[in-house]
Write a protein that binds this ligand. Sequence first.
Ligand code: CP3
Length: 341
Amino acid sequence: MSFPFIEACRGRATDRTPVWLMRQAGRYLPQYRAIRSRVSFLDLCKNPELAAEVTLQPVDFLEVDAAILFSDILIPVEAMGMELRYEPGPVFTNPVRDAAAVSALRVPVVQEEVPFVYEAITLLRQELQGRVPLIGFGGAPFTLACYMVEGQGSKDFATPKRLMYQAPRIYRELMDKITETSRRYLEAQITAGAEAIQIFDTWGGILAPTDYRRFVLPYSRRLIAALEAHGVPIIHFVKGAGAMLETVREAGGQVMGLDWCTPLGRARDQLGEEMAVQGNLDPSVLFAPEAVIEDEVRRILEENAGRAGHIFNLGHGILPMVDPQKAAFLVRCVHRLSSGG
Ligand code: CP3
């Protein structure tokens, strides 16, 4: 048996375009908010039964073609020895700013430090019973470094960039440790049953292409090469990568995630037949009337022009203020319009 989502990741034709939504579990869903009113975000991530339950909420409600594990990219970073809070954005109490802080970071034995991640995956595979495939995920080394050095979200991540230019050796030692942690963290997700892996590089696009090549690409490539050896599809999503797709492509993986500022048709022309793509509706289009959503779905499918290897998705995570009915409409629209309806 084979899933349309997995087939599309492998560049093979499917009866209809598979679709899932980044951040499909979350605050826009009342059933998610109901659980969050009782437990904190971190406790939710650390409780395998509850994490599995919220993973399944959008699968049931939206009828998407893939489930994505409910967790967060910063979970393995806490296991490296950093104190993590969500307010609701992530905050590290002691950001990593010097050589001593980098040395103090541990490369955790993930099965012991974050067992709940793997327990949730095991539970989900049982509960899904082959209904849709399960995507595991992690942050790309650079995006994790951004939060670890800055200590929180930022517009320009000037602190990690300063470290990169002023103390490149410390930066590289940090990136080595993060890459090794991520390799262990994601290989164990595959072993536990994740059927595809998405790497989120939310901040990779804040660098000039030449700096991306120097400071980010070697680490993402090393991580993806290790994961590819396990045979599951790897989706590489670098937000803001439109002007450097050929460079990002060198990191490997089967699927390139595209944000909405990157024209999908042009990206496909550039990347060629071998690489599948995922994307790329502007998440805020879900605020528009249904007729506008439908037009946008049609436009993106037309840009893809019937080529195999397209997974429909948003160009970034779904926004908390979105009406869940609009998200469900989007999924139905993709299925209907891509199967000739
Ligand atoms: O896609 C899914 O449904 C799986 C769950 C998922 C979460 N975070 C849950 C979450 C995934 C794939 C992530 C990835 C993630 N986390 C990224 C990369 C993707 C992206 O959006 O750029 C990043 C940068 C993070 C770090 C992070 N975690 C931030 C910046 C925030 C705050 C954002 C916000 O909306 O307030 C979080 C918290 C977080 N992660 C929430 C969820 C559902 C909201 C927590 C809550 O319930 O209050």
